[in-house]
Design a protein around this ligand. Structure first.
Ligand code: NAD
Length: 439
């Protein structure tokens, strides 16, 4: 046998041939693949956790919580409900078609789909879309991120060992390999990453009229109301922000609050960081590292954007940036010009809710928006007067762990969504069927 890697065109042709045989359509094949994926995660969890540690300094606890067990939960949720979800849904028929006509919708698999994943949760963000793609009965080409090379290599080795290799292929690589893949005709492209590449993906897909899901990022704001218990707020903000060293698409990006609350929130955040990671977070096993030098340099250039409340220490050799909170931050400063995607939390002051809503609406629609307020009126106003992919009251990040909620962005933060039943919808065609008896 030759050792020459298979070309993208050959991979897609091979998977399409499998799809044409109908092998991936029976629900037994789908659930069988999901069970194998679950076995892979439980049996090979330690290897994946070691790869995630090598790529991002992720602790074992964090690797299991946010990647391995997260995906297992998504599989279990799907396995428990797939039969129900796949049941054809009857539709009322208008009188002019007669009493004997019936109508329904059914989910059809799309065919061969491409899943492109980023480096920040490099296992979860490849495998969790795959759960939906397989549950929907598709063949899948999975492209892990080259910026998490240990995880990419582990997945490229493990997935073929567990899954049906005639219907699932892993293609490793960076821009040239992904560009070559995108030249092929897929039936759906599911991309997670930044908006600049999102545009490249959408353009390439347009050539084949292939639908896309774009799971993008951006700046996810936080509004802290003056009545809030700041000890609780600071603890939850710090946990959400500094998980994975801030490299989370729905991490709180910046805080908006009034000047008095800001002044009280500063020491509360400093205390929360110390409670979570100790006096020297670099020595704390639970605290992660920046993915590479390029991102390290980008992030350290943002540290002068305000007065340092806590953190600010860096170590380039270790790709370490301390959990950092900045105060007195100007809206025009560098830290406010891009998605931070690192462990830096700026606090900006506004006069109150009206100004906070205007500030948010003046910018791109966020992937997530968080409100800490005891006032139902405040929460309802933010819900009604802003647009964001998701909205969290009192707890950052958690909405994406609810499998019955769609996860996705709006506008610049993305298009389409997934998780649970929404993944089935993303990776299926909902076919309309009308039946009129012949006699
Ligand atoms: P990345 O650099 O790993 O890129 C993502 C994928 O795109 C990789 O597989 C990469 O190989 C591919 N790619 C890169 N350049 C390409 C090109 N020119 N053509 C084709 N493919 C190309 O990850 P990233 O973009 O740095 O990820 C971080 C961004 O992703 C942040 O903006 C973050 O908010 C966002 N994100 C969003 C979600 C979400 O679920 N909405 C989740 C995680 C990250």
């Amino acid at each position: 046998m030759s050792n020459t890697p298979e070309q993208p065109a050959a991979t897609v042709t091979r998977l399409r041939a499998t799809f044409r045989t109908g092998r991936t359509k029976p629900v037994e094949w789908r659930t069988g693949q999901l069970r194998r994926l679950r076995e892979m995660l439980t049996e090979q969890g330690p290897e994946l956790a070691a790869a995630l540690h090598a790529d991002l300094g992720k602790s074992r606890t964090e690797a299991y919580r946010t990647e391995i067990d997260f995906t297992v939960r998504e599989i279990d949720h799907t396995l428990d409900r797939l039969d129900d979800w796949l049941r054809p849904e009857p539709a009322p028929v208008p009188a002019h078609l007669g009493d004997d006509a019936t109508a329904w919708t059914q989910y059809d698999p799309l065919g061969v789909v491409l899943v492109i994943a980023p480096w920040n949760y490099p296992a979860q963000l490849l495998l969790s879309p795959m759960v939906g793609a397989l549950a929907a009965g598709n063949a899948v080409v999975a492209k892990p991120s080259e910026l998490a090379p240990a995880t990419s290599a582990a997945l490229a080795r493990l997935l073929p060992a567990y899954l049906d290799t005639d219907a699932v292929a892993v293609v490793e690589g960076g821009v040239p390999e992904t560009t070559a893949l995108l030249a092929e005709r897929f039936d759906h492209v599911f991309y997670t990453g930044n908006g600049a590449v999102g545009r490249v993906v959408m353009r390439a897909a347009a050539e084949h009229l292939t639908p896309v899901t774009l799971e993008l990022g951006g700046k996810s704001p936080v509004f802290v109301d003056r009545d809030s218990d700041l000890t609780v707020v600071a603890d939850r903000l710090a946990r959400g922000k500094f998980l994975n060293a801030g490299q989370t698409c729905v991490a709180p990006d910046y805080v908006l609050t009034d000047p008095e609350t800001a002044a009280a929130l500063e020491p509360a955040l400093a205390a929360a960081v110390e409670a979570l990671y100790g006096k020297d977070p670099q020595a704390c096993e639970e605290y992660g590292r920046i993915v590479n030098e390029r991102h390290f340099d980008r992030l350290t250039a943002l540290l002068d954007s305000g007065r340092t409340v806590v953190g600010g220490d860096t170590d380039r050799t270790a790709k370490y940036i301390a959990p950092t909170v900045l105060a007195d931050v100007d809206p025009e400063s560098p830290v406010m010009r891009e998605e931070i995607f690192g462990p830096v939390l700026p606090i900006l002051t506004v006069s109150g809710l009206d100004e906070a809503i205007a500030f948010i609406n003046d910018r791109d629609k966020p992937l997530a928006l968080y409100v800490f307020s005891e006032s139902e009126d405040t929460r309802s106003r933010v819900a009604a007067e802003t647009s964001s992919g998701g909205l969290g009251h009192g707890l950052p990040l958690a909405h994406l762990t609810v499998s019955d909620l769609p996860f996705g962005g709006v506008g610049e933060s993305g298009t389409g969504n997934y998780h649970g039943r929404y993944s089935l919808e993303t990776f299926s065609h909902r076919k309309a069927v009308l039946h009129k008896p012949l006699s």
